[in-house]
Design a protein. Structure first.
Length: 413
């Protein structure tokens, strides 16, 4: 394949990516108000939700990386409740908090889920856990009308957790055979859970809040503002999604923009069509990034500027969640270790890359021991050739401990 466009050094591409994600400017000093939080959310574009709480919930960390000591309680208010400016849905296949303005852009995916259109053509874009897909196939055959009963229960009693929803209180035993072995035991959900997650994927119910981090489901019309629900859907929502992805990453290949490891899963032909249109309109500029053999594209507003950042990055941070791109731009091979057997872990359990300047210079294993009010630092692994980062890392760890209301920091010898 012949690459077109200007040649860009990988260091410049790295700075463009960092700038697009909000790491080029200085962190705010003093109280972090909601205006700055909105700006950081806009830079990140998405806050991935994950249940792991060894340090803190994953969706809190990207704003800390960009802002420092902000209020997690304020983010909760922006995420759920009567003043919410975010809503919970799926970004590609990952659960995430998104600005409510994105809701109309995802309606076509909700419709596909509601129609249970799991066809091969749409499969790359389906935003539903595989357990929902195979579970709904079984429920349609074995329990016709069950989903409608679940929806009626939520309509009458919501918001409810999945455990409160079963309209007939019939529960499958965990010893029952998995309806599809490809789901694995982790996804061998109760029927009410399958039904309500299907309704969630279809946009008929939404997440009204969290109780001990367990989802509370309610009718979407009772969760989201009326103005959001009344907003018109764009003629080509997929194009708008690719534009959002391009703004968010700043620079990348077609796979980074809309592939399986990118911001969105789109059918290949659709992604190619949209990228070609955005190149034609001048919104995407073809470039060749040093060391990357595939065609890259720079968002027309993304610029190369100095970066002097200092941040501990969540494993789920949008800057690094595309592991292939992270290795290409930062020469940093990174895989999350929480699902790795203990004997096979190399750098620790919950390992955060440490960003200093415009490079990832270390891996820092962290744990919050709330019983002793201590931020535990089991291991720190420098990258080969990294400059001395002792003082800035200690400053960042102290900032994190204060943010998490932990009094102490403990380094393992």
């Amino acid at each position: 394949m012949k690459l077109t466009g200007d040649d860009i050094p990988v260091a410049a591409a790295r700075r463009i990516a960092l700038g697009a994600q909000g790491f080029a400017g200085r962190r705010p000093v003093g109280r972090i108000d909601v205006r700055r939080m909105r700006s950081a959310i806009g830079d990140a574009g998405v806050l991935q939700v994950d249940a792991v709480n060894v340090l803190t919930r994953a969706h809190y960390l990207p704003l800390f990386s960009r802002l420092g000591n902000y209020s997690r309680e304020r983010l909760d208010q922006l995420s759920w409740g009567p003043k919410a400016e975010l809503f919970e849905f799926f970004w590609a296949h990952k659960a995430a908090l998104l600005p409510v303005s994105y809701f109309p852009l995802l309606r076509h995916r909700m419709r596909a889920a509601e129609q249970q259109d799991w066809s091969a053509d749409l499969a790359p874009e389906i935003t539903a856990p595989w357990s929902v897909v195979v579970g709904m196939r079984r429920l349609r055959a074995e329990r016709p009308g069950f989903v409608e009963q679940v929806l009626a229960t939520i309509t009458e009693q919501g918001p409810l957790t999945a455990g409160q929803i079963s309209p007939d209180d019939v529960r499958r035993k965990r010893s029952d055979p998995d309806p599809d072995p490809t789901t694995g035991s982790m996804w061998n959900w109760q029927d009410a859970k399958i039904a309500v997650e299907y309704l969630f994927c279809a946009g008929l119910v939404s997440i009204a809040g969290r109780r001990n981090f367990e989802r509370l489901y309610d009718l979407t019309e009772r969760v989201l503002p009326a103005a959001v629900l009344a907003a018109s859907e764009p003629d080509d929502p997929q194009r708008e999604l690719v534009k959002l992805a391009a703004r968010g990453i700043g620079i990348g290949t077609a796979a980074d923009l809309c592939g399986a490891r990118g911001h969105y899963k789109l059918p290949t032909a659709t992604g190619r069509r949209i990228i070609a249109e955005l190149v034609e309109s001048g919104e995407l500029i073809p470039v060749h990034v040093e060391g990357i053999t595939k065609q890259s594209y720079r968002w027309h507003e993304a610029v190369d500027r100095p970066v002097n950042a200092r941040a501990l990055l969540s494993p789920f941070d949008p800057l690094i969640w595309n592991r292939d791109r992270t290795q290409q731009y930062f020469d940093f091979f990174y895989r999350i270790s929480i699902y790795t057997p203990a004997a096979e872990r190399i750098h620790g359990y919950y390992v955060l890359p440490f960003l200093l300047g415009d490079n990832l210079v270390a891996r820092v294993d962290l744990k919050a021991d709330r019983s002793t009010s201590t931020l535990l630092v089991p291991t720190i692994t420098p990258e080969p050739g990294a400059p001395d980062f002792t003082d800035p890392l200690h400053e960042e760890l102290r900032l994190m401990a204060d943010w998490l209301d932990l009094e102490n920091i403990s380094f393992s010898s």
